[in-house]
Design a protein. Structure first.
Length: 258
């Protein structure tokens, strides 16, 4: 797999001058094309800040950040993002919410029309188990369904990189595991590169090829852990000794002093 994202001793801070708060300190990591990466660590360690850097929403304080070999100088259209809150517009149907990014980016293009892109959006919804729900409004959907819709919205413009910030954190355990499997299948089908920020170590190990562990703020990379569990993975693998060993190793790293 070729390198898609590279951070070389990248730092980031919020604010300026003496009031600046350093969120990330000299982080180096690489994400290969088609790789599924998870980032874990204690609260406030800079996991979400790392995502803002890669998406181009916040400039680095120092170091070098490249995507597809080019320096990141602003927001990237090649990135799709989904968050813990689905943030669906309540007056729009699931289908209309999925189409929203295209309407924002291409409102004046002659080739843009809902009719043209609706089949693509419908296929996305079908692929995450929402067949028959395209015309439902957010208040008619469960929390898990809303989150699936949010992920489809992030994918509608076929991004190179899908960034997920605690997307399943507000869901119950059973629904969360259902969505793990939906995301696993979606990523395998579309070969999209994924970076997942999560507090759930089981989620990270189940989904990711590589898990990066961050320290307390200012966030640094404590360990890069390759998940050596064969794919495809089903939920039964979470009961195996190897799976539990990796989860315990990550937990010890987060709880330790570095």
């Amino acid at each position: 797999m070729s390198e898609l994202v590279k951070l070389d001793r990248v730092s980031m801070a919020y604010g300026r001058g003496a009031a600046a708060v350093r969120a990330i300190d000299e982080v180096s990591l690489e994400i290969a094309e088609g790789e599924f990466v998870a980032v874990v660590g204690p609260s406030g360690c800079g996991k979400s800040s790392l995502m803002r850097l890669i998406s181009g929403l916040h400039p680095p304080l120092g170091g070098r950040l490249t995507v597809e070999g080019r320096p990141v100088t602003g927001p990237l259209r090649s990135v799709g993002m989904a968050f813990q809150n689905s943030n669906l517009l309540p007056w729009r149907t699931a289908l209309e919410n999925v189409l929203l990014p295209l309407e924002i980016v291409q409102p004046y293009r002659a080739d843009f029309s809902k009719g043209r892109y609706a089949p693509k959006a419908t296929h996305l919804l079908d692929s995450v188990g929402l067949a028959g729900f395209a015309d439902k409004y957010p208040w008619e959907l469960s929390g898990g369904m809303q989150q699936r819709t949010s992920i489809c919205r992030a994918l509608i413009h076929e991004p190179e990189i899908l960034l997920l910030d605690e997307p399943f954190g507000a869901l119950d355990a059973f629904t969360r595991e259902e969505l793990w499997c939906a995301l696993r299948d979606l990523q395998a089908e579309r070969k999209v590169t994924v970076m997942l920020v999560t507090h759930d170590l089981r989620e990270a190990v189940f989904l990711a090829d590589t898990v990066y562990v961050m320290s307390s703020r200012p966030g640094r990379i404590v360990r890069r852990c390759a998940v050596d569990i064969a794919r495809p993975r089903d939920l039964e693998v979470t009961y195996t000794q190897r799976f539990q060993d990796i989860v315990h190793e990550l937990r010890a790293l987060i709880g330790g002093k570095h």
